[in-house]
Design a protein around this ligand. Structure first.
Ligand code: ADP
Ligand code: MG
Ligand code: ZN
Length: 193
């Protein structure tokens, strides 16, 4: 059998908001940095909530990151020498990210992708579900349900908006378990004329 460099693989870290996805991505990337393994961390340019050139967790951990406009820009920005590629908030990328991640893993790089697996209505939030199918390792993180302390698997939007993307944090979203989650909770009642 021909032996080549088979070092590439894909890791996905998914779950609702506040489940520690960014924390876990920061932990995994920091280990490589300490070992002086060349890493690059990317985030969507759209997500400018805390800092533009950092991934920041709700627990205030942070790591330097490069904002990119989309999957094509991410691919162009990856350097030859980079061994580990981290991506946060991957649900804000276009579906081209699936192909890009596979190309990077095929080229021998370890790719660690973090993001929401469900949107605020509980629907699959692409490209994360497709990336989970292609990943060697999947970690599904849970938050603490804001209502009852149970297994927080859902992202509850607590403001009234039907936009898919509403950037926000504690003011706009809560983690909820399957019993306390109600995707339509924040909707204003419609006038019955
Ligand atoms: P994610 O990237 O999944 O949104 P972060 O890594 O940014 O999550 O933040 C995780 C941290 O958020 C936890 O360690 C904790 O300090 C804090 N946190 C706030 N609300 C919750 C909650 N409801 N459940 C769990 N952790 C929470
Ligand atoms: Mg996060
Ligand atoms: Zn609950």
């Amino acid at each position: 059998m021909e032996r080549r460099d088979h070092g590439g693989w894909v890791e996905v870290i998914c779950g609702p908001m506040f489940s520690g996805k960014s924390e876990e991505l920061i932990r995994r990337m920091t280990r490589y940095k300490i070992a002086r393994i060349p890493v690059q961390i990317f985030k969507p340019a759209l997500d400018d909530r805390y800092a533009t050139h950092e991934v920041v967790s709700h627990s205030a951990l942070s790591v330097a990151a490069e904002p990119v406009g989309g999957s094509e820009a991410l691919l162009q920005a990856v350097q030859e020498r980079t061994e580990v590629v981290g991506v946060d908030e991957a649900q804000f990328f276009d579906d081209g990210l699936i192909e890009v991640v596979e190309r990077l893993a095929g080229a021998g790089k370890r790719v660690i992708v973090a993001g929401l697996d469900q949107d605020y209505l509980g629907r699959p939030f692409e490209p994360i579900p497709s990336l989970m199918l292609r990943a060697e390792y999947v970690t599904k993180a849970l938050a603490v349900c804001h209502r009852c302390g149970g297994a927080g698997m859902f992202t509850q939007r607590v403001i009234d908006s039907d936009e898919l993307v509403v950037l926000g944090s504690e003011d706009s979203y809560e983690a909820r378990c399957r019993r306390c989650y109600d995707p339509h909770e924040a909707e204003q009642p419609h006038l019955d004329l």
